[in-house]
Design a protein around this ligand. Structure first.
Ligand code: MF3
Ligand code: CO
Length: 249
């Protein structure tokens, strides 16, 4: 069952999204060689709390941190650590903000200092894939149109789309219906309608999409050790097109 959101409810989610976007804007300045992902995690948690909100991931199904911090071959759900980031790394920071019971979810991949061209290209194509997907999020299109557009862009550029994690509806709960696949066929899946709110969050790999899960039970990493990137926004379907709740500009 998809829970339709009213315009008033979407306004509340917009407020959560603005805090999350502002936090990412700060992280962009903070992330450089030498900082640890635990320092980033603490900054984000305090930033969110200072804005009267809660970092929803902490304690979610016993997840122990405010953020997921996934470095290089880590795809998602990386644990923040005390290891300093190094020049040339890429790191994805994923977090969910809860403001007065309404949630927003956004992940962003960051370069650490100067990074190799192939890593830069992966970041560029992954971000483009997200926005190409968002452009398809209009009333009357189908979910599969979003999925297909993302897969097509990633694969055309020689990359692969992770299969095991999907976007999701979001509202008062982090994970609601529907699932939003980042691969799929045109003209498949349910039709999009006004008041749907969901995430699009493609995880794109330099090599194959096969993955393994670490012994912590959470962290997904590429089976072949190649890089993985991810960009995620929360968006609402409106009469005027997709409304991105977590836009950083
Ligand atoms: N933000 C993630 C998502 O996109 C959720 C991470 S799982 C958690 O679904 F346990 F870290 F919260
Ligand atoms: Co999400």
């Amino acid at each position: 069952m998809i829970e339709v959101k009213t315009a008033q409810q979407i306004e509340l989610m917009v407020k959560a999204g603005k805090i999350l976007a502002a936090c990412h804007r700060e992280l962009r300045k903070l992330i450089r060689p030498g900082i640890t992902t635990l320092q980033i995690d603490h900054f984000a948690e305090e930033f969110i709390q200072a804005h009267g909100a809660k970092a929803e991931q902490k304690g979610y199904q016993d997840y122990p941190f405010a953020t997921c911090a996934s470095v290089n071959d880590e795809i998602c759900h990386g644990f923040p650590t005390q290891t300093p980031l190094r020049e040339g790394d890429i790191v994805t920071i994923d977090m969910v903000v809860n403001l007065d019971g309404w949630l927003a979810d956004s992940a962003w991949s960051y370069p650490v200092g100067h990074i190799p061209d192939r890593a830069n290209n992966l970041l560029k194509v992954t971000k483009e894939s997200l926005y190409i997907g968002i452009a398809k999020a209009v009333i009357g299109n189908r979910l599969g149109d979003i999925s297909h557009a993302i897969q097509n862009h990633a694969e055309t550029n020689g990359f692969s789309v992770v299969r095991d994690f999907t976007g999701h509806g979001i509202g008062r709960k982090m994970h609601e219906a529907p699932q939003v696949l980042h691969y799929g066929r045109l003209n498949s899946g349910i039709r999009l309608f006004e008041g749907m709110v969901f995430t699009i969050e493609p995880m794109i790999n330099l090599g194959s999409y096969d993955l393994t899960i670490d012994s912590n039970g959470w962290t997904a990493r590429t089976a072949d050790g190649n890089l993985s990137a991810q960009y995620e926004h929360t968006l609402a379907i409106t009469k005027n097109g997709p409304l991105v709740l977590t836009e950083q500009d």
